[in-house]
Design a binder for this molecule. Structure first.
Ligand code: GSH
Length: 343
């Protein structure tokens, strides 16, 4: 994998002849915990999470933060959507092109300009990529964890003793569903969440085709699952919203606006090719503020199309598809015409 000594756009090591994107393993793996003498106890206002609204992995964390009502426990700020040669940068007061809640200069370090400084503050010898999300302890000025799957799992329970009943009862990894969640997470992660990146970042035709084929086989499987369980829904595993919904949503919501064209994931799109996935996604977006309020299409579209100059050297952002997401009960025009008996 490319370290911070190479070009920022070298997601595939130029020396790697396979052309395959291999995602780095995250480095900071501590936990907020209730255990006596824990290094990171669950205290109100003690933690901060650095995110990008563009990033699906980071968005997992802020969806969970809202669902669990953790706004008073964990403050949040978003980087600017542009990922440049020095990685993510903090917005400045002069930026007028990156609107969104908490899109602000680093609230914790007045002189910091880039995410990399957060990493070097905790680990001066750090040689990996400077990724978001980062869960940060404001008391000790250190990174707690930079692996979104673990932060998501942690937020599901770590603060529960301090929450009201309504938020404590939001259980994202319930015991009765754990084996189903683990099973779904595994192939969703490899073939869908990371599959879009493996398709889009591939530097050979073979690597691209292999990964895009696996991606669409997995989408077909998710569609079949949602079709077969539609009567038990509306969530991926039935009546209960779980982390599977959060983890799959952040990729599917970006699919038509970005991945179809920018990452060449265009065997089908969601709105015209996957009716059950489309319905499941729109229910989450339109009926749950935790999903809608954490989705920022401006950051999403601009980030990918203007930062990945190895894919899109002129940084022109495609206008469509319009709208970014269809209303709850509308369909693509061709399907609407069929419904209305006009064709
Ligand atoms: N394993 C990490 C991956 C996070 C990740 O790759 N984030 C991307 C944004 S979507 C990033 O910050 N990339 C910056 C870079 O690669 O330079 C997680 O899930 O937390």
């Amino acid at each position: 994998m490319a370290s911070n000594s190479g070009k920022v756009t070298d997601w595939v090591d130029p020396k790697d002849k396979s052309g395959e994107f291999k995602r780095q393993v995250s480095s900071f793996r501590d936990w907020v915990s209730n255990e006596p003498n824990a290094r990171f106890p669950p205290e109100k206002g003690r933690y901060h999470v650095y995110i990008s609204y563009a990033c699906p992995w980071a968005t997992r964390v802020i969806i969970a933060r809202k669902l669990k009502g953790l706004e008073d426990f964990i403050t949040v700020s978003s980087v600017h959507w542009h990922l440049g040669e020095k990685g993510w940068r903090f917005p400045t007061a002069q930026d007028t092109d990156a609107e969104g809640e908490n899109v602000v200069p680093d609230p914790l370090h007045e002189d910091f300009t880039h995410m990399r400084q957060i990493y070097f503050e905790s680990a001066p010898d750090y040689t990996g990529r400077f990724t978001v999300p980062v869960l940060y302890d404001k008391k000790q000025n250190v990174i707690v964890n930079n692996e979104s799957s673990e932060i998501l799992r942690m937020l599901g329970t770590a603060f529960d003793d301090h929450l009201d009943e309504a938020h404590r009862s939001v259980v994202l990894y319930p015991t009765a569903l754990q084996s189903q969640i683990d099973e779904a997470n595994e192939w969703h992660y490899d073939k869908i969440n990371n599959g879009v990146y493996k398709s889009g970042f591939a530097t050979t035709q073979e690597a691209y085709e292999r990964n895009v084929t696996l991606l669409f086989e997995a989408l077909d499987k998710a569609e079949a699952h949602l079709a077969a369980t539609a009567a038990e829904g509306p969530y991926y595993l039935g009546k209960q919203l779980t982390e599977v919904d959060i983890r799959l949503f952040v990729t599917i919501i970006r699919f038509d606006p970005v991945y179809v064209q920018h990452f060449k994931c265009n065997i089908r799109d969601i709105r015209s090719g996957y009716p059950h996935i489309h319905k499941w996604m729109r229910n989450l977006y339109w009926n749950h503020p935790a999903f809608k309020d954490t989705t920022n299409f401006l950051h999403i579209k601009n980030h990918y199309t203007r930062s990945h100059t190895q894919i899109n050297p002129l940084s022109i952002t495609p206008v469509g598809p319009l709208p970014d997401i269809l209303p709850l009960d509308d369909d693509v025009p061709a399907a609407e015409a069929v419904k209305a008996g006009k064709v």
